[in-house]
Each structure stands twice: as structure tokens, then as C-alpha cells.
Design a protein around this ligand. Sequence first.
Ligand code: C2E
Ligand code: MG
Ligand code: MG
Ligand code: MG
Length: 284
Amino acid sequence: AKENGGANTQVYATSMDGTVPYEELVLERQLREAIEQNQLVLHYQPQLCLKTNTLAGFEALVRWNHPQRGLVGPDKFIAFAEKRRLISGIGRWVLFEACRQLKAWHDAGLPKVPVAVNISPLELRQRDVLADIELALKTTGLAPQYLEIEITESVLMQQSSPAHSILKALRALGVHIAIDDFGTGYSSLAYLKRYPIDKLKIDRSFITDTPHNADDVAIVTAIIQMGRSLQLKVLAEGVEQDAQQALLRSLGCDLMQGFGLSRPLPASQVHAWWQSWGTQPLFA
Ligand code: C2E
Ligand code: MG
Ligand code: MG
Ligand code: MG
């Protein structure tokens, strides 16, 4: 096999070594089928505006309804899909499905809030994300301001990255940009002034041990203050407890998302969740 061969060469060469590569081969085939046979599903996690106590949006999170293994989380297959160059097909499906679903909810009378879609760094290089987004919005009729794209800091670190022109074009369209897992990436913050960013999502790892861990409280405080100075919205990820939510409120954080509000929900449960949520206290 060629040293620098494509995905096929690699799979063939390594599958001679034993069972793990063979399993990878099976997984690759199954993942291709998953897209064709409609086995991917989106769950939607609500986001709360801490200023108004209203629903602020949903994050679309992909799952794989595997015929034998049941519901498989993205941590189990997104990295693999990137490695095997299957991420574009998955990403395109996620984008269209999320836009279609939100438009349907808007038409059905749910609040007109945006949906956030995760785009992996490799996708920005492997496919024409901009063309896909324009087509998805046009096909589904979702207005651009109801779509938010989540990218990680790593996308913005590479000098030669095509991200800058893509993000600028998205901004011109009216699509919003959020930095996911903020604080876990590279240390340079220079990109915050170079790129058209709307929102910082503080990574869950900084929220988990608040309010008792003073270091984490200091980091979260600093991110919220920086976001305010730069006129970026700040969302806290992974908020599970009342005390965390109270801290974020007192610090002036704009938005939160986490099991404390709701787990990611199958689309079929969102309407019922929304109806019961309106009549219940946000946190016990
Ligand atoms: P993420 O974008 O940072 O998504 C947040 C993850 O944290 C989700 O895991 C969500 O279920 C989980 N989470 C939310 N609130 C809480 C909480 O209060 N406590 C805890 N312990 N966890 C919470 P999930 O759905 O397993 O997704 C994992 C990662 O997979 C995502 O992290 C994202 O990076 C990636 N991912 C998910 N869907 C897609 C997709 O459609 N495309 C791409 N490229 N990546 C995706
Ligand atoms: Mg995300
Ligand atoms: Mg995140
Ligand atoms: Mg995360």
C-alpha cells in the first residue's frame, strides 16, 4: 500500500493486522449506510436567556440510531467520521434537518428562536459549507437569523484556514457564529477581534465545579466580563445545579444551557417540554 494513500488504502493495509481494523471497516460501512438509511437523528437542547427567563434557542445534537447498538452518541462516531471523510455527509444532513425542523416548529407556533448547529473544523475544509448553508436556508425557508453555527477555537487558529472568508460571508447572510467549548482551545485571543463572532460558549469543564471552586469562578467571571467588553453574548454550557445558575445570573451571564434546564430532547418531545416548562419554575 502507498505510504500516503487515501482512506481506502489505509483501511486495507491495516485490516491485515487484526480485529480492530476489521471493526473499523465494518463501522465505516455502517456509518455510510446510516446516512443513506436515515438512521441519524437530532436531539435538541433548549437554551435559556437569563435576563428574560425565556427560551433563547436550541442546540441540535446528532445521534446515531444504530440497528444493533441503539442510540449512539456523537462522541462515539464524529471523530471517526472525520478520519474516514464521512463528516461532510453527516454535517450536510444535520444542517438540512435542523433548519427543516426549526421552520416546522416556527410554523406550528413555537417561539421563533434560533437553532445552533455544530460544524467540525474538518468540515470547513472538506466541503463548501457556505453553499450548503445557503441551500439549506433556501430549501427549508428558515430565515438566516434563526441559524447559528458553532465552531471551536481551533478553526480560528490556523493561519491558512478558509474560516475567515466563510465566517465573513455567513455574517453578511445574517447567520450567527458561536465559539463552542470556549476556553479549552489555544491561548491566543487575537482571533476574537479578527473574526465576526456573536457568542462565546463557556466550556462545561469551567462550570462543573462552580460555585465552590474559586479558580473556576474566577475564570467564568473573566470570560463573562470579556464578552461584555467585546459585545459578545456569553452562554454557559453544562449548567446542572441551581447554585451554578444563581452564580451565572449574579455575574451577568446572558444565556445558559444544561441538564438543569433540560437534557437534549428528541424532536417529538420538544413541544410537550415547551408547554410544561412555561408553567413550571425554572429550577426547583
Ligand atoms: P458540544 O457541542 O459542546 O455539545 C454539548 C454536549 O454536552 C452535548 O453532548 C450535550 O448533551 C452535553 N451536555 C449538555 N448539557 C450538559 C450538562 O448539564 N451536563 C453534562 N454532563 N453534559 C451536558 P453530546 O450530544 O454527546 O455531544 C458531544 C459533542 O459532539 C458536542 O459537544 C459536539 O462537539 C459534537 N457534536 C454533536 N452533534 C454534532 C454534529 O451534528 N456535528 C458535529 N460536527 N459535531 C457534533
Ligand atoms: Mg456545540
Ligand atoms: Mg460545547
Ligand atoms: Mg463541549
